[in-house]
Design a binder for this molecule. Structure first.
Ligand SMILES: [Zn+2]
Length: 179
């Protein structure tokens, strides 16, 4: 992803734009612990969260880190149920997108395994072999909100181009219709 956030100091840029998101009361500010290739993923997540918040609601990151090759985000805040659902969705999308983006350079990537270490990399930066079979690639368990309250866990496939989840049963129905 092009733009100023590709520089090494992308973390400082985000924290200066959205200081409340990165401040942690009584502790040092949250600093994303991941490679510069994911700057755009974190940036997009922040934009979505900022758009979801209503006046007087609060949000902060507890941690942003790479774990098992994927972005992992922990957060807290004072939010309405609707805003909380929107924040959860933004975080789920960012975590799912991260394994499609090279953590080193930001190009389109996938999950590779080398010596039992998982990493999201493009072909140029990859070591080892692809970690997922095509059927399992980008399949996630994600929570969806039903009628504004009930959360259910569904299997969904992350679609890079639309940056959204497609429920597996919906995706299969679509494929059947197109076949
Ligand atoms: Zn790369």
């Amino acid at each position: 992803m092009a733009g100023v956030l590709q520089r090494d100091d992308w973390r400082d840029d985000l924290a200066s734009i959205l200081p409340d998101f990165f401040a942690r009361p009584g502790r040092a500010p949250c600093v994303p612990e991941c490679g510069p290739g994911w700057a755009g993923v974190v940036d997009r997540c922040c934009v979505r969260i900022a758009a979801a918040l209503e006046p007087r609601e609060s949000f902060r990151f507890e941690s942003i880190e790479q774990s098992h090759g994927a972005l992992r985000i922990r957060w807290g805040g004072r939010l309405s149920a609707a805003s909380e659902a929107a924040v959860r969705a933004a975080v789920d999308l960012a975590e799912a997108r991260s394994v499609c983006v090279c953590e080193t350079c930001g190009a389109r990537g996938r999950l590779y395994r080398a010596d039992d270490v998982l990493a999201a990399r493009c072909a140029d930066h990859a070591e080892g072999a692809p970690a997922m079979t095509p059927e399992m690639e980008n399949v996630h368990l994600t929570q969806v909100t039903v009628r504004g309250r009930l959360r259910v866990v569904v299997a969904a496939r992350y679609d890079y181009d639309t940056d959204s989840f497609v429920r597996i049963d919906d995706a299969e129905a679509l494929e059947r219709r197109e076949a």
